[in-house]
Design a protein around this ligand. Structure first.
Ligand SMILES: Nc1ncnc2c1ncn2[C@@H]1O[C@H](COP(=O)(O)OP(=O)(O)OP(=O)(O)O)[C@@H](O)[C@H]1O
Ligand SMILES: [Mg+2]
Length: 262
């Protein structure tokens, strides 16, 4: 049984005088343990799809099964329970509490679950260790770099041990070097067994993921190895984007070589 089973999903926004068919007929399944990038141009429907996968919204047609449960017609309260139990979200803008320390930010989802203070602290420290930020846990978001803020947000998403991590443009607010660090962290979390779906409009990031799904005008037009799908998407965006994908790939390969060199 797939963790995510999207069966002919459609989403139509009814604006009174006009309708927007943001998703038309999405048919995708994702297994536990996969790392999948969703790519496509602005307005293609990536965030709309993530909102449905993340149970923030429901489709207007089709069926969505998450862990075998049909979640396509749940009420707002039921969706919120599914979100709290199953999903960790990571946003482009981090969405951390500015007055709280990194540790307090990561503890927050555990408070809603009624976990004791001592256990909260232990779990939050363990999550910060996973993103290599244990030495910054007393810092407030303003006292951290952009990449470190995003790592706090990733620790906050991990701390409840969700079945699924969802990230919408997690590197969108970061420079390319910091973005690269975050991509490496996602690859590392994937190798430890986490299931991750991330949206990016940067083919060079998608090319590093084992699988990518490309959306054009609300339809899946490619679903396969990240490199192939990302290069096809880059070609549609122009020769310079293809060059960026290849350059990023070469840089990642030389980083790996450097990391393992004696
Ligand atoms: N709440 C809404 N009401 C009406 N139309 C919407 C709403 N949200 C999104 N849309 C429309 O649905 C389409 C898909 O939007 P979506 O936000 O999913 O695109 P996206 O691929 O995430 O784009 P971007 O890369 O710019 O974030 C767009 O045409 C958008 O204008
Ligand atoms: Mg979007």
């Amino acid at each position: 049984m797939a963790l995510i089973e999207l069966d002919h999903i459609g989403k139509c926004y009814d604006l009174g005088l006009s309708k927007v068919h943001a998703l038309k007929d999405i048919h995708v399944s994702i297994e536990t343990g996969e790392l999948v990038a969703i790519v496509g141009q602005s307005g293609s429907g990536k965030s709309t799809l993530m909102n449905i996968v993340g149970c923030l919204d429901v489709p207007t047609s089709g069926r969505y099964h998450l862990s075998g449960r049909d979640v396509s017609e749940l009420s707002d309260d039921e969706l919120s329970d599914v979100r709290n139990l199953e999903i960790g979200f990571i946003f482009q803008s981090f969405q951390l509490l500015p007055r709280a320390s990194a540790l307090e930010n990561v503890e927050l989802p555990l408070i809603y679950r009624g976990i004791s203070k001592k256990e909260r602290r232990e779990l939050a420290i363990a999550a910060l260790e996973q993103v290599e930020l244990a030495d910054r846990m007393k810092h407030r978001p303003t006292e951290l770099s952009g990449g470190q803020r995003q790592r706090v947000a990733i620790a906050r998403a991990l701390v409840t041990q969700p079945s699924l991590l969802l990230a919408d443009e997690p590197t969108g607010n970061l420079d390319s070097r910091t973005g690269e660090e975050i991509v490496r962290l996602f690859l590392d979390l994937h190798s430890k067994g986490n299931t991750i779906v991330l949206v990016t409009h940067e083919p060079k990031l998608a090319a590093r993921c084992p699988r990518a799904v490309r959306i054009v005008d609300g339809l899946v037009i490619a679903d396969g190895p990240g490199r192939e799908v990302a290069l096809a998407n880059a070609e549609a965006m122009g020769a310079d984007v293809v060059a960026q994908v290849l350059a990023a790939e070469a840089a990642a390969a030389s980083h790996r070589k450097g990391a393992f060199a004696p």
